[in-house]
Write a protein that binds this ligand. Structure first.
Ligand SMILES: *Cc1c(COP(=O)(O)O)cnc(C)c1O
Length: 220
């Protein structure tokens, strides 16, 4: 199937409350443009430099999502245009994003990455750290960021039951954070699910899926 056909196929099966992020990392502009011409306007990248270059070359009505691990010293390059940063897992990073957003006279939307996988290699905040941070005085001083939800990555495994348990943990964490009130905390998004597991993720409560290889083909 072509990129266009894959995209149309996936979108035709998505419930209306689920947003599709087309993960275009490592793929050439021509592939992204094919998705763009098929109507896709939300693209996800995992490297800041690559996202900056693609942002420069692509039409300006695209929402760029940073889905990868973020190094603090590179936040400044994406601060002028990034729409959503999925992988925020510590307060220091949030402070840097806030500072760079202020310089650009913006409020940058972020998701808190929660550690749901049992592997130690995965980034993310422990589920019980999140409410402490959101309720801290220091957090309430960040006027140029807004936490709009959570993001998680399941363990890389074939064990669907384990993946389901991890997705359910993210949904439970989201539900427990929801009542917390703060002007810069308005949780609406649960970002979970990739090519191999997005259907399961949607069944477990995902509202935003990040799909790469099922749209653009496998990455070399
Ligand atoms: C690469 C990547 C994806 C997409 O993975 P596919 O299996 O190609 O759909 C989703 N989320 C993150 C954080 C990624 O790095």
């Amino acid at each position: 199937m072509s990129i266009k056909e894959s995209l149309i196929q996936i979108k035709s099966e998505l419930p209306s409350h689920v947003t599709l992020v087309a993960v275009s990392k490592t793929k050439p502009i021509s592939d992204l443009m094919e998705a763009y011409h098929a109507g896709q306007r939300i693209f996800g990248e995992n490297k800041i430099q690559e996202m900056v270059e693609k942002h420069e070359q692509m039409p300006k009505d695209i929402e760029w999502h940073m889905i990868g691990h973020v190094q603090r010293n590179k936040v400044k390059y994406m601060a002028p245009f990034v729409s959503l940063i999925h992988g925020v897992d510590n307060f220091k990073l949030l402070e840097v994003i806030n500072k760079e957003a202020l310089k650009n006279n913006r409020v940058i939307d972020c998701l808190l990455q929660i550690k749901i996988a049992s592997e130690d290699s995965k980034f993310g905040m422990e589920p019980d750290e999140a409410p402490k941070m959101i309720q801290s005085k220091a957090f309430s001083e960040l006027k140029n960021i807004k936490i709009v939800g959570v993001m998680g990555m399941a363990t890389f495994t074939d064990d669907l039951n384990q993946i389901k348990n991890e997705f359910t943990l993210l949904k439970t964490t989201f539900d427990s954070l929801k009542p917390i009130e703060s002007f810069n905390f308005k949780p609406e998004i649960i970002s979970m699910g990739m090519s191999g597991d997005y259907k399961l993720a949607i069944d477990c409560g995902s509202t935003m899926i990040r799909v790469g290889s099922s749209i653009f083909g496998i990455r070399s």
